[in-house]
Design a protein around this ligand. Structure first.
Ligand code: FCB
Length: 457
């Protein structure tokens, strides 16, 4: 007889869900908020696949109390959300918009009242437009102003928020925003990209002690989007390409954060290919970036498969039409990669602890006539990744928690509303929320601190 395997997590394992301000809040020009680079970018014709904006999004700015009740009904132990910088500092720096702080203040109180632990991300990509006009992340002063933002927010929330993330995926800020041009501010410029890598990391390092000071006993970390890189063959060309890809995606961020400086092969590549010198690095910067942290957060969705012969180097759509299982983003579904990644990150860099701060899948399954959303593919995706996370814990990785991306369908950046990652369906016409089957599965997994994995044979 086939017996399902029961997977159980450590007693203190944290089960959460994640969102980001621009993707759910709406209220883009309400309550004294300033303009962000994503307001500007999404309102520029041609930038977003479906022509949409985050102006309304999930209207969470008004519906936050109902959304908190929803989280509670799903047994969430933690909620990772981000703070809109221009809602707090409409001019990027200086005058504080108290109404903006009040919004997050009540959100934090509402979470705590429902027994949900707030995980705050300071920067999830919505830079004040005024700071972009002054040079944005390629300019060093932006790193200085980020510390002011971190200070203002943590002074207000630091007595209750004890888990802080400085940046979400600086790779995306730098590369998607400044190299590939698909995210705000939309440049295609290698020099701006390299400088953005440095200034986001530097701002992180500078903010760490400020957060610790304003939030006694807090755990402070950064969220990266590292990916396992594999090659289809062991040919010299494939192996070389894979090593470089690993450098650009992973080591460029991990090495400096863990005190190794920028990886020399990547620096050489960027200077020989793009003529970019790392001359923005000033004395003391690398020490600042390597400030000890309490955790490394990782957002994991897929892996990178290098196949130079078939010209496949794209980080996400590595080999198209290869028969692999993919989500609607085109991202390969390959759960064992999470185990490999967690082990590599921990045994190579030894972060004090790790969180999976995002993991999830885009599938557009919607409500049937009875209003039920059968999204079994998402449920399987989440279940199989959690099983790999458990394997990593068994191997000795101090993985402290898991956040599903996302609590609800939302504005998926350059894809607009055409990609749905939520465990809760959002009807954008009515703003109705409908928990999908994956949400009920997740609710029960949280209640049981684990789940049954069917016998694969
Ligand atoms: C991550 C982002 C998150 C969401 C998911 C799908 O890179 O951090 O905001 O867009 O991808």
């Amino acid at each position: 007889m086939k017996v399902p395997k029961q997977i159980t997590f450590p007693q203190d394992f944290i089960w959460g869900a994640a969102t980001a301000a621009y993707q759910i809040e709406g209220a883009w020009d309400v309550g004294g908020k300033g303009e962000s680079i994503w307001d500007r970018f999404s309102q520029t014709p041609g930038k977003i696949a479906d022509g949409s904006t985050g102006n309304v999004a999930c209207d969470h700015h008004q519906r936050w109390e109902d959304d908190l009740d929803l989280m509670q009904s799903l047994n969430l132990g933690a909620y990772r959300f981000s703070i809109s910088w221009p809602r707090i500092l409409p001019a990027g720096r200086g005058a504080v918009n108290e109404a903006g702080l009040d919004f997050y203040d009540q959100l934090v109180d509402g979470l705590l009242a429902r027994g949900i632990r707030p995980f705050v991300t300071l920067y999830h990509w919505d830079l004040p437009q005024v700071l972009e006009d002054e040079g944005g992340w390629p300019a060093r002063p932006t790193a200085e102003v980020f510390v002011e933002f971190a200070d203002v927010v943590s002074r207000r929330l630091g007595d209750r928020v004890k888990d802080w993330v400085t940046h979400n995926e600086p790779w995306c800020t730098a590369f998607l925003g400044h190299m590939f041009g698909v995210h705000a501010p939309g440049y295609q410029d290698a020099a701006k990209t390299a400088a953005s890598v440095h200034h986001t990391l530097l701002s992180h390092g500078w903010a760490v002690p400020v957060l610790r000071q304003n939030s006694p006993g807090a755990r402070v970390g950064i969220v990266l989007n590292p990916m396992e890189v594999v090659s289809t063959t062991q040919s010299e060309a494939d192996l070389r390409a894979a090593a470089l890809q690993d450098g650009l995606t992973n080591r460029l961020f991990l090495d400096p954060l863990y005190g190794r400086g920028y990886p020399s092969d990547v620096v050489e590549y960027v200077s020989s290919q793009n003529g970019v010198a790392f001359d923005f690095v000033e004395p003391g910067d690398m020490d600042a970036i390597a400030a000890p942290t309490d955790f490394l957060g990782i957002n994991m969705y897929t892996r990178i498969v290098i196949d130079t012969k078939n010209g496949a180097r794209d980080p996400f759509q590595s080999v198209i039409d290869d028969g692999k299982e993919r989500t609607e983003m085109g991202w390969e579904v390959y759960p064992p990669s999470l185990y490999n990644l967690l082990c590599r990150l921990y045994f190579d860099y030894k972060p004090a602890s790790l969180f999976i701060t995002e993991n999830g899948a885009s599938y557009s399954d919607g409500p049937d006539a009875a209003g039920r959303v059968d999204d079994s593919r998402r449920q399987t995706y989440i279940r199989d990744h959690l099983a790999q996370a458990r394997r990593a814990i068994d191997a000795g990785v101090p993985l402290a928690g898991y956040f599903v991306w996302s609590l609800m369908d939302n504005f998926e950046w350059s894809h607009g509303y055409s990609q749905r990652f939520g465990i809760v369906w959002v009807d954008y016409e009515t703003q109705q929320r409908i928990p999908k089957d994956s949400a009920f599965w997740y609710r029960d997994a949280i209640a049981n601190n684990g789940f049954a994995l069917p016998d694969p044979s």
